[in-house]
Design a protein around this ligand. Sequence first.
Ligand SMILES: *Cc1c(COP(=O)(O)O)cnc(C)c1O
Length: 382
Amino acid sequence: MLAALAAYQKGFAGRNAHICYAMKANSSLAVLQLFAQAGCGFDIVSGGEMARVLAAGGEAHKIIFSGVGKTRAELHEALLAGIGCFNVESEAEIEVLNMVALSIGRKAPISIRVNPNVDPKTHPYISTGLKGNKFGIAHERTLATYQRAASLPGLQVVGIDCHIGSQITEETPYLDAMDRMLDLVESIEATGIPIEHIDFGGGLGINYNGDTPPTADALWAKLLAKLDARGFGKRKLMIEPGRSLVGNAGLCVTEVLYLKPGEQKNFCIVDAAMNDLPRPAMYQAFHTIVPLQTTPTALESAVYDVVGPVCESGDWIGHERRLQIQAGDQLAVLSAGAYCMSMSSNYNSRPKAAEVLVDGSQARLIRQRDSVADQLRGEFLL
Ligand SMILES: *Cc1c(COP(=O)(O)O)cnc(C)c1O
């Protein structure tokens, strides 16, 4: 995690740039604590995430609040906490935020999330900057929305932002989005509304299966060159990386329960499932699976579908993997640091896994496995 952060820090050396970790990728308290101590801010998408940041020692003024459906209660709480910026995602939200701010005598710092209508060339479920997506304010409506926001007494325009998608492995979508954003900044500032910061979102991909995303510093060298060329090199910059900071820092260790040979397929049934690792079921995502035992050479290798115990055919972790394994072996599912534990559930009344943070030769428990009592808490019999 710290090495991934260092790649961004290297790319931004000497710049006025602020990294807000998009914590929905992995919101475990100790992970947040690590990034807070490294100086990061946080991009949050709910009141629950704000509470986690504050509990982990993060500073409120370094929080930015994204998301299309912030409730009045969440806006109120975040204003009272004194967060750094609300990334507003609709014209209706602007009116509500203004009213909430006025009702408690505060001015809400805002940035408008622009939908730049560029194709990030990633999975449709994680594309967010295209016309048909629910996120942000349409490019054509941006200027009018800034003018409306600037006229409201409860709001203070501080920035502009975009976030075009996730697991992006090419530079072009970023460069295109940057051009479209800078065009907008020029036209907004021409109407007398200053834009203090420009936030380019997150979305940089990681290597799951031979993917070759640019490194953070290489990508930013290109983007900063464009910013310099267009005269924005000294502007305050913000980014919201999630996956690229944590994805390849995590793995899931699971035990082989049963091997189940079949006529058409062999199944390797493990004790982790879609409730622990939802990405394959949700996005047909690929995770590398590595046996942790040095197996006796006599063992035959075979091709397996690696599946969990959950009662869904969508409960799979890997399709057609050649493995040399036996029941009782452990497997590591790689690249599980992002959008796995944070998306996990108790489906099938399965306990959430324990989490261990490894630092060199030190291993620390940062989350205990759910107990039965944890799962029953908060429910009532008739
Ligand atoms: C999810 C999200 C991010 C982070 O995306 P990654 O692909 O994990 O880097 C950044 N900004 C917003 C608004 C998001 O919703």
